[in-house]
Design a protein around this ligand. Sequence first.
Ligand SMILES: Nc1ncnc2c1ncn2[C@@H]1O[C@H](COP(=O)(O)OP(=O)(O)OP(=O)(O)O)[C@@H](O)[C@H]1O
Ligand SMILES: [Mg+2]
Length: 251
Amino acid sequence: MKIIACYSNKGGVGKTATSVNLAYAYAQAGYTVLLCDLDQQGAAGFYFRVKPSKKLTDARFFEDVSRFTKSIRASDFDGLDVLPANLTFRDFDVFLSRMRNKRSRLKKALVAAGSDYDVIILDCPPNFSTLSENVFRAADQIVVPVIPTTLSERSLAQLVAFFDEQKLPKKKLRAFFSMVQRRKTLHLETIEKMRKQYKKRILEAEVPFAADIERMGENRAPVSIFAGRSDASVAYQALFDELEKRGVPNK
Ligand SMILES: Nc1ncnc2c1ncn2[C@@H]1O[C@H](COP(=O)(O)OP(=O)(O)OP(=O)(O)O)[C@@H](O)[C@H]1O
Ligand SMILES: [Mg+2]
């Protein structure tokens, strides 16, 4: 089982779009996939037509394997299940920080409840928190969408600095350019500059700014379902291929 987190400390950069399309790509490739919607906004679940869990459970949710497992829902696609967002996630940080040995808390829960899956994808909310620290430690690969503009560039620099400070393994980081508009000079310049600076830390695959991705909201499906030959669909496939090729870094 491998854990892939879609994370950025910046909001609205394409984490959820990436989680949804990657989850589908992994399932299409024959893996069994669990997409965990760790963001209270519940967008990842929405795209897969899975309702957020209304049950008010307490913060021990993740400790209780049977409750965790019972909350998992099937999607419309073979091999792809979803853990919908839950109101409990409000207290998630409290739960994670209260525990001794908090570092392994999330990983332990995921391994216990999700061991039947080949791949677990985590759609994360945008911030630095106890949850994100747990995500950084639990994930094998951290996929970071970066819009090629100054503010996103700053966010990636902050993330890398955080990894340095906390002595977290930077080799897990897999940044990629998201919402790329090649007719914008700023985008092209930022891409060139950041590729020089970050080298292998940034994947080759780029996801363009595409109306088809925005239309996922109306269609409530991954982009390949309703726009199979689109640039967006091809781009997510390339992202999947590259992640597979790069593999999980050695521990
Ligand atoms: N490549 C893209 N091209 C055009 N629109 C996109 C693209 N990726 C995402 N979007 C749109 O941008 C908005 C934000 O995307 P998304 O929800 O995936 O970002 P996020 O990082 O998960 O945001 P949040 O931080 O709020 O969780 C959505 O309306 C989505 O449809
Ligand atoms: Mg999101």
